[in-house]
Design a protein around this ligand. Structure first.
Ligand code: FAD
Length: 614
């Protein structure tokens, strides 16, 4: 048995289990305590909540703040904005629910010590754009984590959750989760009355532009490994808009953010010949999407589209014109500080490539696609809406409860609600927690029970890659290729290649069609077969194996959804070559999927989009 002979099983009983202690998870933990004074509240996180999730390194702006105290924006305005950006398709009830509460969240952050910049003239928060306020946000995550730590009964850091547990007697009810400690190897069984999944989105399911030594450098956090999707998918929760992957225009090679540059520094883009190019693609884009190109602001995907077309026409590289703005010392400082608070790597890339933006206009690029629920994109679980404003068809229980009883979600986990960002994700965590506490209180004596057979079976599966490696490594004397096991990095690269070539990644110029998607599904199924031969040398590699498992299941979902939606709704994010136009008549709807783990089948259906805001 060697190193793992001493592995313990740790049992934890709790009322509420929060999976993932990022922005949404910290919000859920904090709010669970507010409504559930006497409840046991546990948060489990695969890293350490002090510096985990997409906000780990800090942020320079909070991207979702209404400013209702000063009459700047109303929640209805935000719904209109998100709807427009997502080409008409958002869950307006969920978006409205976040927007009406998000300001209160931001005020709490300030109370807890987050420095928010103020406009010296008005005394209001300094705006970067209509929705963004500027912060000194290097310590954003530790500040938010502190409040969660104080609220929780216990935080379990360094535990990767691999599976949800279901109730022994009620098939569609969640009963907890299992995972392992990535440092000690201990097996953890969490028995819970309600579970809130807040495990972030997915990077590294499509091949990244950065390869080799730079592979870890992606726009989206490399540790966001699709658990937010795989955990609910595996237990049969309905998912929505999984085809709506996001592609970002960012500074080349460092993926540095451009928001502050466009909005605050008022920089703009040019093609390789110093020409404005977006307007040239107006007629062409109008042919594809009709009036959506006339909307203000122009939807994010359509701005990508002009960039991609101009580059395909041979007039790259596209550059950000910084030389003018950087002559102003204040703007120059803001330009650099923007990276120091959020993406230090971009400053390092510029230094290493002799780029001083005061004298050279830096290149931009479009990223590989990512799957998220909180940015200018809205993939995720299909959730029940708020009682007071969700249409009947969107309500089947408690707010933010998925189609599985007792299973809630927030942040990147929940679909249909774009543009919530850090503050909105935290707010959604709070909303989900309030509902989860009510669910727990309403349970009475009808408590869920876990089956020992189920968690012991999962335990065997979880640690199997260690055993595969232990046995199989004797067949080779050197190198990393073995006849009887596959290492996680090999599996990951295979997944990324399939997704890139068949499902519309960078290598295919974001293009796909039904033939490619069908073949992609066949190749994903072959990878799935090989997953039982994964080998893990140590606990770190074991975590990689389970991250790959989660990425694979989420990828399959993305591929199924992309195949189902027979139109190109978001040119610039991806294209269906066999259905190049937006088709409002047939596809002004949400796509929903449900996976059946017993049969391996995916059921696909459409759900109506209700416009509750004029
Ligand atoms: C590059 C980038 C820049 C951004 N810039 C801004 C900005 O300027 N302003 C702004 O307001 N917002 C910004 N956002 C958006 C913001 O970061 C997200 O909206 C927010 O972090 C989403 O919250 P979340 O809780 O869903 O995910 P996260 O905050 O990413 O948290 C997910 C957590 O789950 C944990 N986890 C994952 N899998 C497991 C597992 N299996 N078991 C246990 N734990 C797990 C992770 O370690 C992590 O702690 C940006 C996002 C990115 C990626």
């Amino acid at each position: 048995m060697g190193l793992f002979g001493r592995r313990k099983t740790v049992f934890v009983d709790t009322d509420i289990l929060v999976i993932g202690g990022g922005m949404a998870g910290c919000g859920a933990t904090y709010e669970s305590r507010y409504w559930g004074r006497d409840l046991k509240i546990v948060c489990v996180e695969k890293a350490n909540i002090e510096r985990s999730g997409a906000v780990a390194q800090g942020l320079y702006a909070i991207n979702c703040y209404m400013g209702m105290q000063w009459g700047e924006n109303q929640p209805e305005d935000h719904v209109r904005y998100a709807r427009n950006d997502l080409m008409g398709l958002v869950r307006e009830d969920l978006g409205y629910d976040i927007a009406r509460h998000v300001d209160a969240t931001v005020h709490k952050f300030e109370e807890w010590g987050l420095p928010i910049m103020r406009d010296p003239k008005t005394g209001r928060y300094q705006r970067e754009g209509k929705w963004q306020i500027m912060i000194h946000g290097e310590s954003y995550k530790p500040i938010v984590a502190e409040a969660a730590r104080k609220a929780a009964t216990q935080i379990y850091n360094r535990i990767m959750v691999t599976h949800l547990l279901m109730d022994k007697s009620k098939a569609n009810r969640v009963a907890g989760a299992v995972g392992f400690n990535v440092r000690t190897g201990d097996f953890h069984v969490f028995r819970a009355k309600a579970v809130i999944v807040c495990a972030g989105g997915a990077s590294h399911i499509f091949k990244p532009r950065a390869v080799g030594e730079g592979m870890g450098r992606t726009w989206y956090a490399p540790w966001s490994s699709a658990s937010a999707y795989a955990l609910p998918i595996e237990v049969g929760a309905k998912m929505t808009q999984m085809e709506n992957r996001i592609v970002l225009t960012r500074f080349k090679d460092g993926y540095g953010p451009v928001g502050a540059y466009f909005l605050h520094l008022k920089t703009y883009t040019q093609n390789g010949y110093g020409e404005e190019y977006e307007s040239k693609w107006y007629n062409h884009t109008k042919e594809l999407v009709g009036d959506y190109i006339d909307r203000h602001p122009v939807p994010t995907c359509l701005r990508n589209h002009a960039f991609l077309e101009e580059t395909k026409a041979g007039r790259g590289p596209i550059r950000m014109v910084t030389k003018e703005a950087f002559q102003d010392p204040h703007k120059e400082t803001v330009g650099w500080e923007n990276f120091l608070g959020m993406t230090i790597g971009q400053a390092v890339v510029w230094a290493s490539q002799n780029i001083d933006p005061k004298y050279i206009n830096p290149e931009l690029t479009t990223s590989e696609p990512y799957v998220m629920g909180s940015h200018a994109t809205c993939s995720g679980a299909w959730a029940s809406g708020p009682e007071d404003c969700a249409p009947d068809e969107y309500q089947w229980g408690y707010n933010r409860m998925m189609t599985v009883d007792g299973l809630f979600g927030a942040g990147d986990t929940i679909g249909g609600t774009a543009h919530k960002f850090s503050s909105g994700s935290y707010t959604e965590g709070r909303i989900a927690a309030k509902a989860a506490v009510r669910y727990v209180n309403d349970l009475g004596k009808a408590l869920p029970e876990v089956s020992e057979q189920e968690y012991r079976g999962l335990e065997r599966a979880i640690y199997e890659p260690l055993e595969n490696y232990r046995v199989g490594r004797n067949e080779i004397v050197a190198g990393t290729v073995s006849p009887s096991y596959l290492l996680p990095i090999h599996g990951l690269q295979r997944l990324e290649k399939i997704m890139d070539e068949y499902v519309g990644g960078i290598g295919a110029n974001y293009m796909t069609n039904s033939k490619l998607l069908d073949r992609g599904l066949e190749l994903l199924a072959m990878l799935r077969e090989d997953m039982s031969h994964m080998g893990a040398e140590d606990l770190h590699q074991l975590q990689r194996v389970w991250e790959l498992n989660h990425r694979l299941l989420a990828s399959e979902s993305v591929t199924r959804h992309t195949l189902f939606r027979k139109e190109t709704r978001w040119p610039g994010y991806y294209y269906r070559g066999d259905h190049m136009k937006l088709d409002d008549e047939n596809w002004h709807c949400f796509t929903l999927s449900r996976y059946d783990r017993d049969t391996g089948n995916w059921d696909m259906e459409k759900a109506p989009v209700y416009h509750i805001i004029d």
